[in-house]
Design a protein around this ligand. Sequence first.
Ligand SMILES: [Zn+2]
Ligand SMILES: [Zn+2]
Length: 385
Amino acid sequence: MIYNDALWDEIEPWMIEIRRTIHRHPELGLETPKTAQLIEGVLDDLGIEHTRPIANGVKAVMGAHLGGEALLLRADMDALPILENNDLPFKSEIEGRMHACGHDCHTAMLLGAARYLKAHESALTRPVVLMFQPAEEGPGGAVPMIEAGVLENPKVKEAAMVHVSSELPQGVIGLREGPAMGACDDFSLSFLGRGGHGSSPHVGIDAIYVAAAAVQATQALVSREQDPFDPLVISFGTIHGGFRENVIADRVDLTGTIRSMTPATRARAVKRFREVMESVAATYGATVELTMEPGYPPLVADIPWSHRVKDILESEIGAERIQQIDPTLGVEDFAFVAERVPGLCLNVGIVGDHFTTGLHSAGLIVDERGLRSGAAGFAALALRS
Ligand SMILES: [Zn+2]
Ligand SMILES: [Zn+2]
């Protein structure tokens, strides 16, 4: 069983040290030059060839000479604009930035797998592509890397990513086949009415009343039009408008997000949302300006590939560490990879004794013992799939 290989006893502390170094120096979005350099330095030390398909994204290939179609393993590199609220020796050294989504762990796990695979290079039966991408938290690094050819030379046949999970105990790997993560469409809209004196609303067009009606009407799209077995969420995140207590507001601005799980529901929800916003505005004599910003598509894990992955992980990581998990409406830009080749996510548990809060929070504390499962899981897929 790969998980029990004594080599992990050497790789594990080395991998944790890499994770801590990245954790101390978080970088945002597409601007991840130091993280890319660190990755390249480690790959150089291991003697693994690498290139930069995009400015701060790294692609490495192992076993290229074997020919045939490749397995792609993906880690993301970017942090979040969060002020870390932890007292750790390796806490973020950049104020207002933190690896609160665990991408430091993902990069470390992929490098851990790379070191293990280097030691077992003769056992590889096909090429393995290691993809280190920036900007998962936005604006997206997967699409530029795909456009730069990360799925070609060697041609990628299947793919897998890791993400830490703050819902699973450390070391457990959660799998979800089929629709696994959501699609995202963010919107901003403004209702435009006509201002006036608060004592005479009939003379104006009250944009606050229109906005309130629109917020109410939106939830009917979820509760009355949507199949309850096909998830849809519409959330307003901000609402701003008005001047003072006795003035009819001439304008209200709102923003929010639409989350769905299937392409059909996604298209329908975006269309119906626009129709309802326009008709509510028209009902009350106002106008609406609506901008939709399409985000990531749903992450749909290929079912035959998921079954193969589950079998491999159960025998190489241990069936007691593999769990089926529920889908989530969180989003993931690896979905663009999984639209093109069979793909799935290994959700690696990081909940341990000191766990406090979940991902994207300033107090996230990762139980680093979980990293071994993710790295060994990646290595198992490379050697057994
Ligand atoms: Zn995140
Ligand atoms: Zn993330």
